[in-house]
Unconditional design. Structure first.
Lengths: 113, 112
């Protein structure tokens, strides 16, 4: 069964460093998303991406964050200068079409020290 | 601003029991509602998706209903099993379908 894959599964980084989280969405999906979940808290929407541009973003997704689809398969989330409060599980998701069933990756646990 | 609330926060039931998980949302202008399952430290698995024009969806022992006008959804699990133990999340997408807001989840424990 097709699945969304995320790498790495766990990333530890020093405060102030840049990190890139990678995702390979399901191949025939057109809409891509990033979410985060701080330990013990709700899953929070960060950004949605379609047709090589951001469709919608939350207030969390400030200038420190960016997304890119550098080729036909990868979808990346970059955090320019990490803060301690960026420590969370980051989930990538994709949908075939707008508003259809969302498939999530297993997540990348980001720890900022 | 859309807010999603799930009740109860936690639930412990004996195996075989039928149960209902509740979800409410404050803005009825939604595109769809989706129920997910999350196992500890893992990603989210989609269980059921209900479009805003639909009233319910069924998959196996699961049935989800949607009453958009009152801002409520329920997830019914029949004949619960220990393997159903997980956190169940309700999520609504806004009218554009691009942004999804999650509830905090109901943590379910099914005792053998």
């Amino acid at each position: 069964e097709p699945e969304v894959t995320q790498t790495p599964s766990h990333q530890v980084t020093q405060m102030g460093q840049e990190v890139i989280l990678r995702c390979v969405p399901i191949s025939n999906h057109l809409y891509f998303y990033w979410y985060r979940q701080i330990l013990g808290q709700k899953v929070e929407f960060l950004v949605s991406f379609y047709n090589n541009e951001i469709s919608e973003k939350s207030e969390i997704f400030d200038d420190q964050f960016s997304v890119e689809r550098p080729d036909g398969s990868n979808f990346t989330l970059k955090i320019r200068s990490t803060k301690l409060e960026d420590s969370a599980m980051y989930f990538c998701a994709s949908t075939r079409d707008r508003g259809t069933e969302a498939f999530f990756g297993q997540g990348t646990r980001l720890t900022v020290v | 601003k859309q807010e999603v609330t799930q009740i109860p926060a936690a639930l412990s039931v004996p195996e075989g029991e039928n149960l209902v998980l509740n979800c409410s949302f404050t803005d009825s202008a939604i595109y769809n509602l989706q129920w997910f399952r999350q196992d500890p430290g893992k990603g989210l698995t989609s269980l059921l998706l209900i479009q805003s024009s639909q009233r319910e969806q069924t998959s196996g022992r699961l049935n989800a209903s949607l009453d958009k006008s009152s801002g409520r959804s329920t997830l019914y699990i029949a004949a619960s099993q220990p393997g159903d133990s997980a956190t169940y999340l309700c999520a609504v997408s806004n009218t554009g379908g691009f942004k999804t807001i999650f509830g905090a989840g109901t943590r379910l424990f099914v005792k053998a």
